[in-house]
Design a protein around this ligand. Structure first.
Ligand SMILES: NC(=O)C1=CN([C@@H]2O[C@H](COP(=O)(O)OP(=O)(O)OC[C@H]3O[C@@H](n4cnc5c(N)ncnc54)[C@H](O)[C@@H]3O)[C@@H](O)[C@H]2O)C=CC1
Ligand SMILES: O=P(O)(O)OC[C@H]1O[C@](O)(CO)[C@@H](O)[C@@H]1O
Length: 401
């Protein structure tokens, strides 16, 4: 179905790339509730058509009661349809957000470059781009991909007119089953924190309720990634080894809960050392408790296979597993439980419907090259590094358990 201009008098437009769980369940919903008409750009035709046919969907807040928020004033385009993308670029656009996954993000360079090009040709003013992905500096990575799509003149326009704001995005939105393919199920908690220093003033200029801005973004990003995501990943990997299906099953196991709590205290000590006085020991203790409570939400069916997905990405330097370990190493702080979490990640290998391409690739590499070489490549450490040896010992122990 061809895209038609939205042209809603007085209504600013937001484009949300990715109409998946976070796109519909969090960022798109916040933007719609803040007064935007939200155009989702996705590659799934079924979702694009359904959004255009109904122009609304329901967000089910999974808190044990029936609480539904209806999200209205939404439509959609196919993200590869550059003609449609060009049409939206001419509208009163003020923000572009993404939630497609870190590995897909560079593919958005083409459609977003089209938007920038069109706006330059039309002499249009500033807009902001915020990549909402579980990846440190995701927005910067998108900007780098855009730079290679644009010519010199377009790059200058981009520098002057496009705000690239890094953010931290926190809401657990697992897949949800419902008669309506557009409906999503979300946990009640949400926190979207955006770097205020990078945002440009747009016309129309909109205050976005639900989007918190700060000039200390680094601390927010690392606190979230190295606590929520670190704890979630270790729960998933230990749960997988213990044949648990869901995060709830895994975190309800005393032994797994104790290990995850210990890992979060190791990571927490490094976060406090780095970011004090941004948050205090007491505040961080509360933050950890709250996260463990969120993992224990009986109304979420969040499978360990989803939370553990793409283990090689999660094992990259600076991500949720090696990131806190590096912070501990730099400060001489204990991190043995985090190393155990890494060993568990290296054994992640779901099969059947949950089969994971990266997990398969990781297992093939371990089989062909040996565990020491793989850990050395992932971490950048020498084979005789004490921590590398600890990981391989834990790996062998868990493997034979
Ligand atoms: N689900 C969650 O609870 C959270 C996810 N995140 C992050 O949000 C991002 C998205 O995750 P989910 O929403 O869970 O994934 P998802 O798989 O539910 O959604 C991704 C969407 O992107 C679409 N997509 C794929 N290629 C595309 C392209 N070329 N152009 C436009 N759309 C495309 C897919 O069709 C899908 O609808 C990831 O970076 C994830 O780490 C962050 C916080 C929470
Ligand atoms: O989306 P990723 O990076 O694969 O990791 C799954 C993670 O994303 C989340 O869905 C939300 O932060 C967490 O539930 C989980 O830690």
């Amino acid at each position: 179905m061809p895209y038609e201009a939205v042209s809603l008098p007085g209504k600013p437009i937001a484009i949300q790339f990715g109409a998946g769980n976070i796109g519909r369940g969090f960022i798109g919903a916040v933007l719609s509730q803040a007064g935007f008409h939200v155009v989702f750009a996705d590659v799934q035709e079924k979702i694009v058509n359904a959004l255009n046919e109904t122009g609304r969907y329901d967000v089910h807040i999974l808190n044990g009661e029936t609480q539904i928020e209806t999200i209205e004033s939404v439509s959609a385009v196919t993200s590869t349809d550059l003609k449609a993308i060009e049409t939206i670029a001419r509208e009163p656009l003020s923000i572009i957000t993404t939630a497609v996954g870190p590995n897909i993000l560079p593919r958005l360079a083409k459609p977003i470059a089209q938007i920038i090009r069109t706006r330059m040709e039309e002499g249009m003013g500033p807009i902001n781009i915020v990549a909402c992905e579980n990846l440190q500096n995701a927005t910067d990575k998108l900007r780098e991909a855009l730079e290679s799509e644009l010519n010199d003149k377009e790059r200058v326009y981009m520098q002057d007119n496009i705000g690239f704001a890094i953010c931290s995005v926190d809401r657990i939105v697992p897949p949800f089953s419902s008669d309506n393919i557009l409906d999503v199920g979300v946990e009640p908690f949400f926190e979207w924190t955006v770097d205020s220093n990078s945002l440009k003033k747009t016309d129309p200029d909109v205050v976005i309720n639900g989007m918190h801005t700060t000039n200390n973004l680094d601390a927010y990003v690392q606190r979230k990634l190295f606590t929520l995501n670190t704890g979630h990943a270790i729960t998933a990997y230990l749960g997988f080894l213990d044949k648990k299906d869901t995060i709830l099953d895994a975190i309800s196991d005393d032994s797994i809960r104790t290990t995850v709590t210990q890992a979060l205290h190791e990571s927490g000590a490094a976060l406090l050392a780095k970011h004090h006085p941004f948050f205090s020991q007491e505040q961080h203790e509360e933050y950890i408790k709250k996260i463990l409570k969120r993992f224990s939400n009986h109304n979420l069916k969040d499978e360990v296979s989803r939370v553990g997905r793409e283990p090689l990405r999660k094992l990259r330097q600076g991500d949720r597993l090696l990131g806190p370990v590096e912070m501990c190493r730099e400060r001489n702080l204990g991190h043995d439980t985090l190393l155990l979490g890494i060993a568990a990640a290296l054994l992640f290998h779901p099969t059947g419907v949950h089969e994971d391409q990266e997990a398969n690739e990781m297992q093939d590499r371990i089989q062909q090259e040996g565990i020491e070489k793989v850990v050395s490549d992932l971490t950048g450490w020498e084979k005789d590094d004490e921590d590398l040896q600890k990981i391989t010992r834990e790996y062998s122990r868990l493997k034979s358990a």
